[in-house]
Design a protein around this ligand. Structure first.
Ligand SMILES: [Fe+2]
Ligand SMILES: [Fe+2]
Length: 364
């Protein structure tokens, strides 16, 4: 009988024993706990149904942190927003508000599909999959949140949800992400293939570092700019909760990709990374030009684009890469604070139920 290893398929091996001694050895080995060192991000062969011992305890911490940020959109009052939207926002501000929501709501469905369909099933350690299962739920919750805002404000849902298909500047960002998602959804490209592995790592990185880490992170800024003037505060509060999730999604994705590159001794093609940043910037510039075709008080396309570049530099540093946009300035210094609800001193007073959960969260 051939020698047995921890990597053997125990269900099949155990069904075909040739002698009792071997059978006993199989039983002993098969009943032993897995070795954490046999776990891998992808292509692992340790039993995926055994959570512990952990190889990636940080992934479990992400899951615990994620559960410290829970809400539903129904808990946040939108009454003042209805009045603000109808009576206080000027046409340029209404245009901005509508299109930010139109973009975000389509994006979150794409984010959910990316994690749920393209990423999670490729992970071979349960602690990674468990956080991503939570992330899938959170993306659905975000979609519900935008839908609740759109419906509450009386916007035409048919028209708003179709906007990404008819506005080129919104469509371009969605199409770019769809292209990267579809590139790794092909069933005939197993990750044992190095080119497929490279493309998967790059796609996951794009979603974590660009799509969530830059486009989402900075994508909330226009609404926060209104909030800073006392407008649309309910919507902004909803987005603050979403932003806290997205910060974790970004940080988790970057951590997973770094781990993957290390385990697989894989290096991403510098020209592919350069192209990723260039495409992301070009799409963001066009988008900002559309949603902010007219500036609003305290916010304009130039600020939006510059902050995108500043955040992109931060993501690159998290990855240990050179900054793609050297010298970009932190022109919205208040943006990072939006992820920290503890700085909103009256925040908890506005809620029906007081949650004491924010203190558990650790930001970048
Ligand atoms: Fe999301
Ligand atoms: Fe996300």
């Amino acid at each position: 009988m051939k020698p047995l290893s921890i990597f053997d398929d125990w269900d099949n091996v155990s069904a075909q024993p040739e002698d009792s001694a071997a059978n006993d050895a199989i039983s002993i080995l098969a009943s032993m706990p897995i070795d954490a060192e046999h776990k891998r991000v992808v292509n692992g062969r340790a039993d995926i149904n055994q959570l512990a011992p952990f190889k990636y305890p940080w992934a479990w911490s992400f899951f615990l942190n994620a559960n410290s940020n829970h809400w539903t959109p129904l808990e946040i009052s939108m009454a003042q927003d209805v009045h603000d939207y109808q009576h206080k926002l000027n046409p340029a501000e209404q245009h901005l508000f509508q299109n930010v929501l139109a973009y975000l709501t389509t994006s979150d469905i794409l984010a959910m599909r990316n994690i749920g369909l393209a990423v999670m099933e490729k992970m071979s350690a349960p602690e990674l999959q468990i956080y991503q299962a939570r992330q899938v739920y959170e993306e659905a919750l975000h979609t519900w949140t935008y839908q609740h805002c759109i419906e509450t404000l009386g916007l035409d849902q048919r028209e708003i949800y179709n906007r990404y298909r008819v506005v080129p500047e919104i469509h371009a960002k969605i199409a770019l992400a769809n292209r990267r998602l579809n590139g790794v959804l092909q069933a005939n490209r197993p990750l044992s293939d190095r080119d497929a592995l490279h493309d998967f790592a790059l796609a996951y990185l794009f979603f974590a570092a660009v799509f969530e880490g830059c486009w989402f992170y900075n994508g909330f800024s226009p609404i926060f700019a209104l909030q800073r003037r006392g407008l649309m505060k309910g919507t902004a509060e909803q987005l603050q909760y979403i932003m806290r999730d997205e910060v974790l999604h970004c940080a988790f994705g970057i951590r997973v990709v770094k781990q993957l590159l290390e385990e697989e001794n894989l290096q991403l093609d510098p020209s592919a990374i350069k192209l990723m940043w260039e495409e992301a910037e070009a799409a963001e510039v066009a988008y900002a030009g559309y949603i902010l075709r007219e500036p609003i008080l305290g916010y304009n396309a130039t600020l939006h684009i510059e902050q995108f570049r500043y955040i992109a530099n931060r993501r690159a540093r998290q990855l240990g890469w050179p900054e793609p946009f050297p010298g970009a300035g932190n022109v919205l210094p208040w943006l990072d604070e939006q992820a920290n609800l503890r700085k909103e001193k009256n925040f908890f007073e506005t809620r029906v139920t007081e949650y004491q959960v924010g203190g558990a969260l650790v930001w970048e």
